[in-house]
Every structure is written in C-alpha cells, then in structure tokens.
Design a protein around this ligand. Structure first.
Ligand code: 6PG
Length: 469
C-alpha cells in the first residue's frame, strides 16, 4: 500500500516549512504543498527522509498522499489566498476531512468559511499560531477553534508540536467557529500594547536618566529575571545589544522610527469598540503606529513647537519607577484584552475559558510572560472574573505598583516625553476604579440638547428635563 501521511500543509514559506519540519520532528509524517517548486524541493531536502517529510506542487498528489480524515493546514497569507486555496482543494476532499487555517484571518472570514465548508461536510478550523518563525520550528502556542469532535483528530499532532510550559502543551481547543482566530486577534492586540509600553519605558530611561544602550540592555535583562520576565522584555534587551553591521554603534539607533502593521491590532481595537469594551492601552498602541508613520509631518511640527528641557532623574530611582510602571501597565493591558475576550465569548457564543487561554499563552507565543502564570491562577479561582483588576491577588500587586506609574506619567508630561501607553493604562485604571465618574454631566448635556433622557441615582425611571425653561 502506498504510504499515507498524517498531516498536510499548504504554503511552504518560512512559517509553513518550519511548522511541517516541527511536525516531522515530533513523530508524525507530513506532506507539504506549494506552487513554488523551489520551496517544495527545499523542504524535501531539509526533511531528509521522504517517508517522514515529503512535498509536491501538485494538489492532487498532495491530497491523495494524506490519511483519512485528511488534516490539512494552510499557512498562506490571510485574505483572498485562503479562499483560493480552499476552492482548489475542495473537489479533491472527502466528507469529514479537516482544513485548518493557521494564518491571522479576520474572524468573520473564518465564520463564513466554516459555514460554507460545513455544508459540504468539511470541518474548518481557524487556528492562531503564535511565536514567529522560530516558534513554528521549535514550538508555537496554537489557538484552534472549530468543531469540537473534529478537533480530536488534530489534537495529538498539535499537542506534540506546540510549545510546552512545565511539560504542559500550549494548545487547547478554544471554542466553536472563529474562537481560535478571535483569541489570536486579541493576543495580537495585547502584543501591540506590550510592545508600545516596552518602547516607551526605553525612551523614558534614555531621555530621563541618560541610560546608554549598554545600561538599557542591562536593565531589560535584569527585568527579564524578575516579575517582568517575558519574551518581549527579553528581546528588547537583546535588541539593545545588537551592533550595527553597516556602521558605528548599535543597530537600534539606526532604525527608522516608523512602525508598520498588518492589521490584527487595529481589528482588536475596532471590534472592542463594536462590543463596547474599553481597551485604551491597545487603541493607543495602534494610534502610535499611525502617528509614527507621519514622519514628515512630525519633523515639521517638531520645528514649530518648543519642548521643555528634560530635567534628569536619578538613574536608580528612575529604573525602580520604570520597573513598577511597566509591571502595572502590563497587567492593565492583559486585563483589557482578557476583558474583551470574556465579552466576545458571550456575544459570539465561543464559551471561552479564560484560564485556559492564559495557560496556553505561558510559552511559545509573543506575549508569553511570567505574569501569565498568575493570570491563569486568577481565572482558575474565578472563571467569571470580568476584569483582572477585580481579582483579589491582583489588587495587591497593582496597588503596590500604581504610584510609580503616576509618578512617571506626571514626570513625562512635565518634560514633554510621550508615554501614551503608560498614561492610557493609568487613566483607564483610575476611571475603572472610580465608583463615580463625571458622566452624569454628559447625560445632562445629552438631555439638554437632544432630550435623550437620563436616569437618577435616587429613584427608578427615565427622566427628561426642560433645561431652558
Ligand atoms: C505572532 C505575531 C504574528 C504577527 C506579527 C506581525 O503571534 O507570532 O503576532 O502573528 O503577524 O507580530 O504583526 P504586525 O505586522 O501587525 O506588527
């Protein structure tokens, strides 16, 4: 009998090639498919043993090489390409075969594809894969959503290839339909927030404390040994150490300050708005990438306005405040993203288990951090916790760190250093923890000019006042 392979993968770019080699390393045989013959050949060569890893440019050869039910993962660019690949595979598939989209697809696209393929008896999964090229090769965090029963066929492979946190796989069935893509989208929103925060603190240390690149490298490396331990803090420290191959000094200083984006952070913000869930630490991270893109205008504006002379701070004091402020704002950012997930779960019927999500983010993904172990415990203890800020264990941690954030936001404002991620996190915190906000005034204004009515604090009902009488 002809050899049948356990797993199929379409799209042999860096991510696809690395993922399929990872499958091969973990005891499964896998077959790849790509229109580009060079990519096919490169994989066959790197795979070594064609009994374990094989590939073809021909979709028919590819599909017929897979064991039933076929498990086919797509690692192709999100958007129309996914639909094209699905259409090309469809005539070759049998009922109960499984297609897994491993890209950053927009969640409503996943819902549409899932419904379309379900009619044809094919199971469709949206599975977020995080960890970049290295993660795909050595163990990513995987966030699959789709049909629960069909997931049983994929589970052993995903559990084997995923990252492990103290032996536990960083993958779990998350929920029906687009649950996996949705969770990955919010993962990326949090990723944007944390990246913005780490870059702001780098700027503050530099401008406020005259930290040079070596000291900055040291500081982030030290932080990575403590409660801020995380992939993003770790790579920040490594980036600061990297020499420039093309000139003098460190590479980071030569990189143009315009940040690009592919859209997942923006989608998180947009959808949070649709849900009515505030995620300002994520919103501002998206806005900052947009502001960064306006380089020419920024240069022009920089010439038009005076900026205060920065009053230097004591290095050790600044470092201590910065550590606390970063810890505080990381918690707030995770909290906002998880709040959004809890609400989306109700709205879209995902039935998400937030503790399980925090658990599979502990290793492999871009937002992996020591903090996620505490977050997992907080949601295990209170699965319906609406917001991390309401968790008793976090109250103590946040209380001890928030004053540092206040001090740094005030210092930054006074000295003209932009820290929008930090200040948005703080403002969100102050608003969320205020029993009374001045929004009574907004209600009065709405009623004044538009008879929009208001409620009262002292009696039931809906009221309108003729304010101009
Ligand atoms: C991951 C990342 C990844 C994302 C990049 C780029 O989890 O591995 O989130 O999926 O595509 O980080 O995103 P931007 O181009 O939008 O910054």
């Amino acid at each position: 009998m002809e050899k049948k392979y356990d797993f199929g993968l379409v799209g042999l770019g860096v991510m696809g090639r690395n993922f399929i080699l990872n499958v091969g390393d973990n005891g499964f045989s896998a077959f790849g498919n790509d229109l580009d013959i060079d990519k096919v050949n490169a994989l066959i060569e790197e795979g070594g043993d064609t009994e374990k890893i094989n590939a073809s440019t021909d979709a028919k050869v590819f599909v017929s090489a897979l064991s039933s039910p076929r498990k086919i993962m797509l690692l192709v660019p999100a958007g129309k390409v996914v639909d094209r690949v699905i259409e090309s595979l469809l005539p070759l598939l049998d009922a109960d075969d499984i297609i897994i989209d491993g890209g950053n697809s927009f969640f409503t696209d996943t819902d549409r594809r899932e419904a379309y393929l379900a009619e044809k008896g094919i199971h469709f999964f949206g599975a977020g894969v995080s960890g970049g090229a290295k993660g795909a090769r050595l163990g990513p965090s995987i966030m699959p959503g789709g049909n629960r029963e069909a997931y049983q066929h994929v589970k052993p492979i995903f559990e084997a290839v995923s990252a492990k946190y103290k032996g536990e796989p960083c993958v779990a069935y998350l929920g029906p339909k687009s649950a996996g893509n949705y969770v990955k989208m919010v993962h990326n929103g949090i990723e944007y927030g944390l990246m913005q925060l780490t870059s702001e603190l780098y700027d503050l240390l530099k401008k406020g404390g005259n930290f040079n690149n070596d000291e900055l490298h040291q500081t982030y490396a030290e932080w990575n040994e403590g409660r801020l331990q995380s992939f993003l803090v770790e790579i920040t420290s490594e980036i600061l150490e990297q020499d420039d191959d093309l000139g003098e000094g460190r590479l980071v200083d030569k990189i143009l300050d315009k940040a690009k984006q592919k859209g997942t952070g923006k989608w998180t913000s947009q959808n949070a708005m649709d849900l009515g869930i505030p995620v300002p630490s994520i919103d501002i991270a998206v806005s900052m990438r947009e502001i960064s893109a306006l380089k020419e205008e920024r240069i022009q504006a920089d010439r038009l306005y005076e900026r205060p002379q920065v009053a230097k701070m004591d290095k050790e004091q600044l470092k201590d405040l910065a550590e606390k402020a970063l810890y505080f704002s990381f918690i707030v950012t995770y909290g906002q993203g998880l709040h959004q997930l809890a609400d989306a779960s109700k709205e879209y019927g995902y039935e998400l288990d937030i503790a399980e999500i925090a658990k599979i983010w502990r290793a492999g993904c871009i937002i992996r951090a020591g903090l996620l172990a505490d977050i997992t415990e907080a949601f295990k203890a209170q699965p319906d916790l609406p917001n991390l800020l309401l968790s008793p264990t976090f109250v103590t941690k946040v209380q001890a760190a928030v004053d540092a954030a206040r001090e740094l936001v005030a210092y930054a404002a006074k000295n003209g250093i932009p820290v929008p991620g930090l200040s948005n996190s703080l403002t969100y915190f102050d608003a969320y923890t205020s029993a009374r906000l001045p929004l009574n005034m907004i209600q009065a204004q709405r009623d004044y000019f538009g008879s929009h009515t208001y409620e009262r604090i002292d009696r039931e009902g809906v009221f309108h006042t003729d304010w101009e009488e």
